[in-house]
Each structure stands twice: as C-alpha cells, then as structure tokens.
Design a protein around this ligand. Structure first.
Ligand SMILES: [Cu+2]
Length: 307
C-alpha cells in the first residue's frame, strides 16, 4: 500500500470517528438540539410523558438521518472532485471489492436496525397499559359530539368499569374533559355510530374511536395544567368539523374536588366553578349549526342540555 493511500485511509478513519462521536453527543442532547431547530417540524408542546418520548425519538432519528446524509453528500462531492476526468485513459475498473460490498450492505441494515430498535422501544412505552390506572375515562363519540364517562376503572378480570359520572357535549355546550396531572389516566374509547378519532394536538397522537366491541385503550400521564382543544380527526359526517371538545388538566386535588362536586349532583359547568375553573371552554366554541333535538341525533341519546 502506498504511503499516500495509507495516509488517506487514516484521515478517513479519523473523520468517521469524529462523525460517530458527534452523532452520539447530538443524540444524548436530543432535546436541546430539537429546540434549536424548531423540533425539525415536530410540535414541541407535548403535555404528556409519552409525547416527550416520541419527540426525542423524532429528534434522534432526524439527527441520525442528517449525519448519514452529510456523510453521503461529502463522499459524492469528494469522488466528483478527486476522480474527475483528467485525460482519455480509462481509470482502474474495480469490481467485486468485497470489503466495499460488505460495507454498503451491512451499513444500511445497521441503520435500519437501530431505528427499528428505538422505534419499538418508544412504541411499546407509549402503548403500555397498566392493570391499575389512577383514573379511567371512557370516551364515547357519536355524531357529532362527545360524552366522557368517568369510571371506577377496569375490574380485576379485565371487564369494563362502571360509570361514576359523565360529561356530555351538546349543540350549545362544548364538553370539557377534566383530568388530573401526574396520574396515570386510562382512556377507553368507543363509538355509538361510525369511526371517529380522538385528537388533542398536545397529546401528539390521534386515536381512532371504533363502534361495536372494539375498545381503543391507551394510557397517558399529563404533566402540565392548562386548557387544550380537542377535535375529531376522522371524517365522520356532515358536522365532523364541529365535533370539538376541551381537555382541561388540573391538579390532582382539584380533580378530586371536581368529581366530588359532580357526584353531589352538580353539572360539569357548576363543578368547574366549584374548583375555581372557567365553566366554559376557552379554546373552542360551539358552532351555529341550527340543529335541534328533532334533527340532531334522533335516537335521543345525546340531546338535551349539558350535564
Ligand atoms: Cu367524528
């Protein structure tokens, strides 16, 4: 091997080492990198532990993709310049270079494996459910509103818990889903008619709500108090766009007071006032649909005033 080639190789090895170290550093400081580049387009306002894990996965994957991209672009430009045409003599034709062929087969497999590994871990984390969640809320979707049933949790043998108290949305009142911060919250989704989708953008995912015996179950822990708009994200019919709700996350103590107030017979709006919260949704408002009980949900299951 010539001295020149050996020097080039050691430089390449050194550069690769610097690249790997840089990548590791960037991945370790995923959050800071993300905020510096506006999350690479990923929303940065997640309010659950689960959303932060998904955010970190996105930042890590994007940084890794950029590093691979920069490495490949550098190789391309290096080849273009280093091996540009200098005369009519054909350069040495190399075929069956086993180390090279091995490298460009194994490298993409490695990249995909690492991405797959971290995706599987985060996905399993986000989808994990417990046997004993602190709060269970049944999300019942229907054309075109929501009912939230606070339940006493799933039973030991896995059966659906009993509804303790409910909040129902109407044409005039946006339903407010009151939930505590810092507790494991189990959502059990079910639909009375067609497929809807439960979407609070700050949760950073949408979960389809299916009719029939399919219950879409997931759990989150909210770590931020506030009011967040919720929407139906599945085109479900004429008034799909008006199927909004509000997620109101409050402290655990306030949540307990809220449930107690509801159990004492107060409406959701009164109970919200009892705990010192705005009784009406602040992130969205009802739409003037000119619907009444005769043309809105004729089965009669959802008509009436808010409760
Ligand atoms: Cu819907």
């Amino acid at each position: 091997m010539s001295a020149e080639r050996s020097k080039a190789r050691s430089t390449a090895v050194r550069l690769a080492g610097v690249g790997v170290a840089g990548a590791a550093l960037l991945l370790l400081s995923g959050c800071d990198v993300g905020s510096a580049v506006d999350g690479f387009g990923w929303p940065q306002n997640g309010i659950t532990e689960q959303s932060k894990r998904m955010y970190d996965l996105w930042i890590g994957s994007t940084v890794a993709a950029l590093i691979v991209g920069i490495f490949v672009w550098a190789l391309i430009f290096w080849c273009v310049i280093r091996y540009r045409k200098r005369g009519d003599k054909l350069p040495v034709q190399t075929r069956f270079n086993m180390p090279m062929e091995f490298l460009y087969t194994i490298a993409p497999v490695l990249v995909v494996s690492v991405l797959f590994y971290y995706t599987a871990i985060v996905q399993t984390d986000v989808n994990r459910t417990t046997t004993n969640p602190a709060v269970t809320v049944e999300v019942e979707a229907f054309k075109w509103n929501w009912q939230f049933n606070y339940q006493d949790g799933p039973t030991e043998d896995g059966r659906v818990g009993k509804t303790v108290t409910s909040t129902l949305g109407t044409t005039e009142i946006i339903p407010i889903l009151v939930l505590p911060t810092g507790r494991t919250i189990r959502f059990e989704e079910t639909s009375r008619d067609v497929i809807h989708s439960f979407w609070v953008p700050e949760l950073l995912f949408k979960r389809d709500v299916f009719p029939g015996n399919v219950r879409n179950v997931f759990e989150v822990t909210i770590d931020q108090e506030g009011a967040y708009v919720g929407r139906c994200a599945e085109l479900c019919g004429t008034y799909h766009s008006m199927m909004n709700f509000e997620l109101r996350s409050v402290s655990g103590a306030k949540y307990d007071q809220f449930i107690a107030a509801k159990l004492s017979g107060q409406t959701t709006q009164q109970a919200l006032q009892t705990i010192g919260e705005d009784p009406l949704a602040s992130t969205t408002s009802p739409f003037p649909t000119r619907r009444d009980e005769s043309n809105f949900n004729p089965a009669g299951t959802a008509a009436g005033t808010g409760n």
